[in-house]
Design a protein around this ligand. Sequence first.
Ligand code: NAD
Length: 265
Amino acid sequence: ENLSLMQGKRGLVMGVANDRSIAWGIAKQVHAQGGSLGFTYQGDALLKRVRPLAEQVEAEILESCDVGDDDSIQAVFDKVKEVWGGLDFVVHAIAYADRNELKDKYVHTSREGFLRSMDISCYSFTAVAQKALPLMRPGGSLLTLSYFGAERVMPHYNVMGVAKAALEASVRYLAADLGDDGVRVNAISAGPIRTLAASGIGDFRYILKWNELNSPLRRNVTIDQVGSSAVYLLSDLGSAVTGEVHHVDSGYHTVGMMAVDAAPQ
Ligand code: NAD
């Protein structure tokens, strides 16, 4: 078994809140493949959870970052420049919507809620790409996280679905812009996973059960499975892949309807 797919690569993982975070699943797999890691976390309240995780994978950078603030993002990349001098990858696993926007119907979305969700869940990836670019080495890779609610209506996903659609479009525009620099830009569209962010979505347990019963693999996905797919996009295995939204969802997005007689009892 080759465990050195990320050997010699250094990158920033943004969006670990705890050990259920998708960003943590990605960080573990990158570490297992020999990659060097830095982390950003959202404010001091999360530090006590993130620090032990960062230590577990021998992180070389651990910085607070609010992606709603350009100065805060710039400060992180200044730190990266100081410590590493350059960068091979960035994982952006960050989204936000006010809980009130994820209970009711999309039609009731407030202007304030819409703009906040677009800012944190969509624009922040562009802001990060902008500030990371001067540090990115050729062969570099930027990765963000999306969800099927960008493509089809999912219950209560509402404004997040609209923000994810814009995020997926921005992946394509960024891929076109950064291709000349040898930097790839992709998204993973993950199946539903029980995380802190997901706990804000109404009827999330029902969504999980539905996906389990209606995906070709008849099971939900784990953060480790998202992580191993991320390694493909972050490493040179994915060197010809850019502008892609790669589904890691047990095949759910391919299905119109699963046969009833194949369903588990
Ligand atoms: P999570 O709660 O563990 O991670 C979300 C992260 O976003 C947290 O670390 C939080 O601190 C961070 N964040 C929010 N606002 C921020 C800000 N202003 N500045 C900096 N950080 C901020 O949940 P998760 O499910 O691991 O989410 C990671 C990504 O995966 C998100 O983009 C989410 O939409 C996406 N995703 C999740 C699922 C799922 O079912 N859990 C499915 C598909 C995609």
